[in-house]
Design a binder for this molecule. Sequence first.
Ligand code: 6PG
Length: 620
Amino acid sequence: MGVSGSGKTTVGKVLAKKMRLPFYDGDDYHSKENLDKMKSGLPLNDIDRAGWLKSLNEVAKTAFSDEGAIFACSALKENYRETLRSGINGPVHFVFLEGQPKLIKKRMRERSHFMPPQLLESQFESLEVPAYALKISIEESPVEIVNKIISHMNQLEFGVAGIGVMGRSISRNLATKGFRLALFNRNVPGKEEKVAATLIDKHSELRDSVGFEDLKAFVNSLQKPRKILLMVDAGAAVDAMIDQLTPHLKAGDIVIDGGNSFYRDTQKRTLSLAKKGIYFMGCGISGGESGALIGPAIMPGGDKKAYEKVESFLVHIAARDERGMACCAYVGPAGSGHFVKMVHNGIEYAEMQLIAEIYEIMRFGKGMDPDQIARVFEKWNEGYNSSYLLEITAAILKVKEKGKWIVDLILDNAGSKGTGSWTAEEAIQSGLPYTLVHAALNARFLSSQKTMRQKLERRYKSSICPIGKLSNDTLAEAFYMARIINHHQGFSLIRYASEKNDWQINLEVLAGVWTNGCIIRSSLMGQCRMVFEKTASLPEEKHIKKTLHQYHPKLLTVVSKAIKAGLDIPCLSASANYFNGITNGQANANIIQAQRDYFGAHTFRWKNDPEGANIHYPWI
Ligand code: 6PG
C-alpha cells in the first residue's frame, strides 16, 4: 500500500516472485470510468473507489484462501483497508511504502501511467497511515525492500508468555486464526518442562509456532515492534515477568497483561515501562478456558496507538455479538481495561449469588429436587432471564456422582481470588452503593465459616420451614428485577470511574462486548446495550422502568417469604432494599445527621436550604 508512484507494482512483483505467490495489481481492476476520471486529472472519491475495492476484495477472498497472495493497492484509508480484508479468514499484512512527495513526484514524471503527477497531492490528503503496517522507506532499492519484508515475515508475529490454562487456549485460538506465534513458558525442573513445545506438538494448528524456554530467544524471534501477551497469574508473577522481559525489549514494543490484574497496578506498570518507551496494556479477558479457545470477550485499555498495533490479533480471536461484531473494543487509557474487567467480575459475583439464592428457595423453601430446578432454569433460559451462568447452573444441577446429586457432595465454602473484593472496595472509595457486590462477597465470606455455622445451627436448632405458595413465575420476575439492579449498580460504578478519570468509556460499546464470550453474557446484557444507546442510567429508561414497576411487588413477596422461611438471601434482599431506598425521596439520613451533630457537632443542613450553611444545633 501507499500513494500512487510509491513503487507498489515494482516491489509487489519482485516480492511475489521471491515468495512464489501470485501477484495482483489493483490498477488492473479499475473501471473505465475511474481510469478516464484519473486520466483527465480528477481524483477519485470514496464513491468511485467503493466498487473497485469491492471487486479487489472478491479477488482477494479467493486468492487468500489458497497459499496467500501479494496485492498492490493504494489502500489509502482505513475503511478502504477494511473493505479489502473483509471476509478473509486469516491474517492480512499491510506493507506501507513511505516516501517524500518530492521524490514520488519525480518518479511519477519519469514513468508512463494513467495517473497524472498532479493527483499526488490528493492522494496524500486521503492517506491514513495504519499503525499496524510494516513501514519501509522507498529510498531503498526494490530488492532491499523485498528482503526487509521477507525477513519481517520470517519472524514470528505475536508472543504469548505463560502457557497455563488460559495461555494455552488463547494461543490455540490465535493459531487457528493463522497467526504465527512465539510461545514462552519458564522451565521449572520436574514441574514445568518443555511446556510450550509440548503444546505445539499436541495441536496441529500450532505447527507454525515456536516454543521457547529462554526469554531472550523468545523476544528476538518476534517481529518489531514486539507484541507480547502475558498470561500469568495477577500480582507478583506479572512484575517478575516484566522485570525479566524488559532488558530484552526495545522502545516501541508492546506488552499486554491478559490476566485479572488490579487496575491500579496496571497504571503503575504502564508508567514505569513508559519511561523506557515500552507500551504496557491492561487487557481484561473473560470467558474462562473454553471462551479463551473459541472466542472470549476482550477489554483492552492503554495507549490507543499501541492498541491499534495489536487490534487485529485481539479482534480476530474475540467472540462475535449478534450483529457479527467482535466482542473486543478499546476501552480507554491505562488501567481502564482492567477496571472494567474487575467490575465485570463484580457483576459476575452478584449474578452467581442470585442464582444460588433462587436455587436455595426452590430446593429448601419449595422442596424441589436439583433435576426439577434444572428444568425450570432451562425453561427460563429460553426467555428474558437467559444467561450463560443460568445455563451452566442447569447443567451442573443435573450431574450425579455415584447416584448422588453432585451439588450435594460439594463443600459449601466459596473461594474468591480478589476481583470481587476490589470491586466492593472501589465502590466504597467512590462513595457508591454497590450493595449487591458487598452482599455476594459477604455471602462467600460467611460460607467459609463452616465450622461456626454448623455449631450455631446445633445451638439454635435452626430449621428452614416451607415457604408456602410461591410460583416459579414470581421467582423469575423477582430474579430479573434483582439482576437489573445488579447491572445498574455495576455500570454506575464504571460510569463514575470513567468520568472521574476522564476515560470516556462508552457504555453501549462495553455492554456490546459483554453480550458474548464473557461469563456475564445474557439477554439482559443485550438489553443494557440498547438502553445505553439512549441513556446512561438503566432505571430511567422507559422499558426498564415499566419492568421494575411490574416486578417490584414480586421481589418484595419473594424476599419477605424467603426470610420468614429462614433462608439466607442477601443479594435478593439487597436489591429490594436498594430499590426501596433509591425510589424514596425521603431517606432516614436526617436522623443520622441529627445524631452526628448531637454527639460530635458534625453539623447538618436545613431541608429547606440544602445549599445553605452548616448548622450546629444546641441540643443540650
Ligand atoms: C472470567 C472469570 C475469570 C475467573 C474469575 C473467578 O471472566 O472469565 O471472571 O476471570 O474465573 O476471576 O473469580 P473468583 O475465583 O474470584 O470467583
